[in-house]
Design a protein around this ligand. Structure first.
Ligand code: ADP
Length: 259
């Protein structure tokens, strides 16, 4: 719970910092480019001046490097603690939190067709992912509707979803009866910082996080959305309970599918 709060605060802070950082970074690039330009003009004329301008360019580059280092330190996840996890059990364990998050006027249904299917993920990250999807669903429903979370075991043939290898998967679907997304929005939802929400409300990092998590787990994401009707986000995570694990492969990023 506390770690989740920290994570949420971190994500919020990143959103607020971004504008400032981009501004500072551009200033540093201006120093680099200005130094190089001035050095070029002095080429073959005043070696001392050339050196001075190159030094100033180097300094700007070093500052920019220090800035990105600080930013990376800020966003880097604590070491992943992956373990065998039953997604249905994790979602069931979140029902109080989900009820509180969605409010009184939105019904929350947790359907768990699975029993003991396991995937290999960081449990805390999985909880964050479910929470992110639930918050998006809430924001899309404008205070009224139903959120349904379903987990199930599924056999997929190769390429059935994105570039998935054939194998056994656990699917986790989050369905809302909200506003849905236009194809233009759907195309961009995994972009970091892409948001259609007002400043201060959306960071545009929620689905980026979901994307990173799914990729890390070597799974796939399917998105289905109809404007005016609602949205279903389904994660397919390879089963890792020793019986029917999908092979672990280096694969390209999960594909977005609109059906
Ligand atoms: P944020 O929620 O901070 O905007 P996300 O990356 O989670 O960032 O989502 C990006 C955008 O995708 C949202 O601003 C919204 O336009 C759209 N979106 C995400 N989930 C849903 C949903 N369940 N229904 C409708 N639109 C959604």
């Amino acid at each position: 719970q506390e770690a989740r709060m920290r994570q949420a605060q971190k994500m919020e802070a990143i959103g607020q910092l971004t504008g400032g950082i981009a501004h500072d970074f551009n200033n540093m690039l201006a120093v680099v480019m200005g130094g190089l330009e001035l050095a070029k003009r002095q080429l073959g004329q005043d070696d001392e001046l050339v050196e001075k301008h190159i030094d100033s360019a180097t300094e700007g580059a070093l500052r920019a490097a220090a800035l990105t280092r600080r930013l990376l330190a800020f966003t880097r996840e604590e070491a992943l603690r992956t373990e065998p996890v039953d997604p249905g059990a994790v979602v069931a364990g979140m029902s109080d939190l989900l009820d509180r998050t969605l409010g009184d006027t939105i019904a929350v249904a947790v359907r768990d067709a699975g029993s003991g299917w396991q995937v290999r993920v960081d449990r805390l990250q999985l909880e964050n992912v479910v929470l992110n999807l639930a918050v998006n669903a809430r924001d899309a429903m404008d205070g009224r509707g139903t959120l349904t979370i379903t987990t199930a075991g599924t056999t997929l043939s190769a390429g059935a979803v994105g570039d998935c290898p054939a194998g056994e998967y656990v699917s986790l679907s989050v369905t809302d009866t909200g506003a849905g997304m236009t194809p233009e929005v759907l195309e961009r939802v995994f972009e970091p910082f892409f948001t259609t929400k007002p400043v201060g409300k959306g960071t545009g990092l929620g689905l980026s996080q979901v994307f990173a998590f799914t990729r890390q787990a070597e799974g796939e994401i399917a998105l289905r959305s109809t404007p005016g009707e609602g949205t279903t986000v389904t994660l397919y995570l390879p089963r890792r309970d020793g019986k029917a694990a999908a092979p672990a492969l280096q694969r390209p990023a999960p594909a977005v599918r609109q059906d």
